[in-house]
Ligand binder design. Sequence first.
Ligand code: TF8
Length: 337
Amino acid sequence: LMVITILAACGGNSSEGTTAVSGPASSDGEARTLRISLGLNDQHPLYKGSEKFKEIVESQTDSLKIEIYHSGQIADDRSAIEMLQFGTLDITIPSSAPFVPFVPEYGVFDLPFTLTDTEMVDSVLQGEFGKNLAAKVESQGVVQLAWWENGFRQLTNNSKPIKTLEDLKGLKIRVMENETHIASWKALGANPTPMAFTELFTAMQQKTVDGQENPYPSILLEKYPEVQKYLTETNHVYSPFLFLFSKKVWDELTPEQQEIIEDAAIEAGEYNRELTRQTAEEALEELKSQMEFTEISDEELAKFKEAVQPVIDKYKSQIGTEIVDQYLAEVEKYSKE
Ligand code: TF8
């Protein structure tokens, strides 16, 4: 069984044949193994949260075993979601952006400069809005059990300190495979290249891109200062992590198992969010000593916002006019003046 698991983990694209490690618990009481695929490494709060999830589930039942695979060993975000649909992978915790091709409504989070602080994030995501959104995904063959946190995205690059809109001109940056992100960076004057996260480090190393954007914990823990000199606090987008479960596998579990898993996903998610926020603060301090740090003045930020407004207007109908209006109303409601 171990050999099959390892082969399956290394299989990457060849997702067929991996079902041997899944399947309901056999009658002799052998536990069912659930595999989690993560895009980030084992230093990240995403991994620590997943360990917490494993700990909770395995302490509650002998019928389930959790295996965690990090650093995109199994797949990148998008391919992992597809494996969930086929039932060849059980769990993945991607950013919302690569999920948008599956469920367009999740595109609300890609609208730049909307969610601005963690209190607002919790009010929107942990409340009715988050619940209603998560209820939309089952037709796509997945179940969303909780909202975890990737965080507020910041810009790094290896060519110059960024302080103004003008500085972004022609800057070649890797963005997630998501239309709104591509359009936003174009509107800001940069030259965005969509690419899977798993290819990013090499792209920076080989200088096929000048920069990228991700939250502070990833920038530090994925060792980007080795290949990037400049860090700019932009907070342009908040990326939630979605705790996704294969619907096919979910339907094979007992109600007791489902309850244990759902509760654990929520509880471990609380731990993940708390740890992510603490890590973001500490990471920023550390990054300031390793990179040249700049901020965007309020005056300049107003120009950034103005530049991306047409993107919000343009993608509104594609994401869903009604959900965008609901989302913006939520954002408005929790905005601090
Ligand atoms: C990105 C995302 C990723 C995460 C990770 C792969 O830039 O922020 O870091 O979704 O799970 O692609």
